[in-house]
Write a protein that binds this ligand. Structure first.
Ligand code: C2E
Ligand code: CA
Ligand code: CA
Length: 428
């Protein structure tokens, strides 16, 4: 039986391998079968052609320059010879590596790249004058289909086309949906363990699509992030969260002043220093106490541009806001990040909580996170608590807060006042 597991490409193909070559080494000869492109890291390479038995130099290339790139377009003979003229180091880029990278690009960029490469390849197979080219194009396309690597590119292109179109449509729909007020938060209670006293809510975005019904965030947030619409969604959620804080106060009186609402922020905001100013103006406009707003970010938000992220977080803290590190344990979970950035709360990812009784490693992870939190004087929220046993274990380990279906699923806003009243009556 055929092995259903797709084998990874050979290790040598997964990287742009770097090699050193001495002066005089021939990297490839004219008419050799082409297999890869090269980027010069150090040294010098001469490109030349043979004419009437003589070598005619065309160009000398040095650091940072690329040669042999037609190999990335498909098989065929080299049109020139490449000889090392000064000891050099070069990176080798295979068509396979390029193809893999195109597939991991932003879908629109990937589509355009694949299209341009493919178009260039087609035109190389056809005569230069326009009319003849038009006639020759169908044959050229046919020829290309015969070539294995060509098919690889066509497959990449078709896949990218599908994804890019889907994303473009969705980005357009998200923009319209913002204008038509189709987004609103659902609120999931966060409680203290083990007494189950309410401490706050997490605001989770919901898209009420007029035809498709409720669309979960994981289906549109990644698209919104790639197209930058997420800025508008997150600011909209922050405004709503501020309004919820006011409604909570109406429903819960004095106790309401101690409850917080936490908002998820996409990592893409953290490379702009203006971000903190924008948050500040929204919170000030709403006249809520910033101490009642928590901003949830993930570690990856801090990784892109740590210097700017540090400045943004420091500014947000000066405004009196609280910062939570979401999905802790799944990313880098680096000690140096906890040390460097102003964090107040660690949210332990659901994966560890739900495995706490099945997998001793998850238990160890939770224990380690709790001990980290103690060292750095941080509060903890365990996510995805679904059973009483989990509460006992988490509380026993020293997790002070939790959220999850055991306490409540995320609630529509109009159910929040009722939940608060019931919770106060039951748990104080
Ligand atoms: P998250 O921030 O980790 O949110 C927790 C997710 O776990 C929510 O999914 C919540 O409904 C779900 N959950 C809570 N308790 C339980 C439980 O006991 N069991 C299980 N199985 N699931 C539980 P949701 O609402 O689908 O949100 C998914 C993700 O979307 C969020 O993960 C967050 O990363 C993102 N997201 C949600 N709202 C926003 C937003 O306003 N802005 C941004 N940028 N991202 C958002
Ligand atoms: Ca969250
Ligand atoms: Ca989370």
């Amino acid at each position: 039986m055929k092995n259903p597991i797709k084998r990874p490409p050979p290790l040598k193909d997964t990287h742009q391998l770097r090699n050193s070559y001495p002066k005089g080494h021939v990297l490839f000869h004219e008419r050799d079968e082409r297999d890869c492109a090269y980027i010069i890291e150090k040294g010098e390479v001469e490109i030349s052609v043979q004419k009437d038995g003589k070598r005619i130099p065309l160009v000398r290339l040095s650091e940072g320059e690329v040669f042999g790139e037609t190999a990335l377009l498909g098989p065929g003979p080299r049109s020139a010879t490449a000889i090392v003229t000064e000891d050099c180091e070069v990176f080798r880029i295979s068509p396979h590596a390029l193809h893999d990278r195109i597939m991991h690009l932003d879908p629109l960029v990937g589509l355009l790249m694949s299209l341009l490469i493919n178009r260039y390849r087609q035109w190389r197979y056809v005569p230069p004058d326009a009319a003849a080219a038009m006639n020759a194009l169908p044959q050229a396309r046919e020829n290309l289909k015969q070539v294995d690597r060509a098919d690889d590119f066509l497959r990449a292109l078709n896949k990218q086309r599908e994804v890019a179109l889907k994303e473009l449509r969705m980005a357009q729909e998200i923009t319209q949906a913002i204008e038509q007020d189709q987004f609103s938060p659902h609120l999931q209670p966060i409680v203290s363990l083990p007494d189950q006293k309410l401490v706050g809510f997490e605001a989770l975005i919901r898209w009420h699509h007029p035809e498709k019904g409720m669309i979960p965030p994981m289906e549109f947030i990644p698209v919104a992030e790639r197209t930058n619409v997420v800025w508008h969604l997150d600011m909209l959620m922050l405004r709503r969260a501020c309004r919820v804080v006011q409604e909570i106060q109406k429903a819960a009186g004095d106790i309401g002043r101690k409850l917080y609402v936490s908002v998820n922020l996409s990592g893409v905001h953290f490379d702009s220093e203006e971000f903190a100013t924008q948050i500040d103006s929204i919170v000030k406009e709403s006249h809520v106490d910033p101490a009642q707003i928590v901003l949830e970010i993930t570690e990856s938000a801090l990784m892109g541009n740590p210097t700017v992220a540090e400045k943004v977080l420091t500014d947000l803290k000066k405004q009196g806001l609280t910062i939570a590190l979401d999905d802790f344990g799944t990313g880098y979970s680096s000690l140096s990040y906890l040390h460097r950035f102003s964090i107040d709360i660690l949210k332990i990812d659901r994966a560890f909580v739900q495995d706490i009784h099945r997998n001793s490693k998850s238990l160890d992870v939770v224990r380690a996170i709790v001990s980290l939190a103690k060292t750095f004087n941080l509060s903890i929220v365990a996510e995805g608590v679904e059973s009483r046993n989990e509460i006992y274990s988490l509380a026993g380990l020293g997790c002070n807060n939790g959220q999850g279906y055991f306490f409540s699923k995320p609630l529509p806003i109009d159910e929040v006042p009722g939940f608060i009243k019931e919770s106060i009556a039951k748990h104080g």
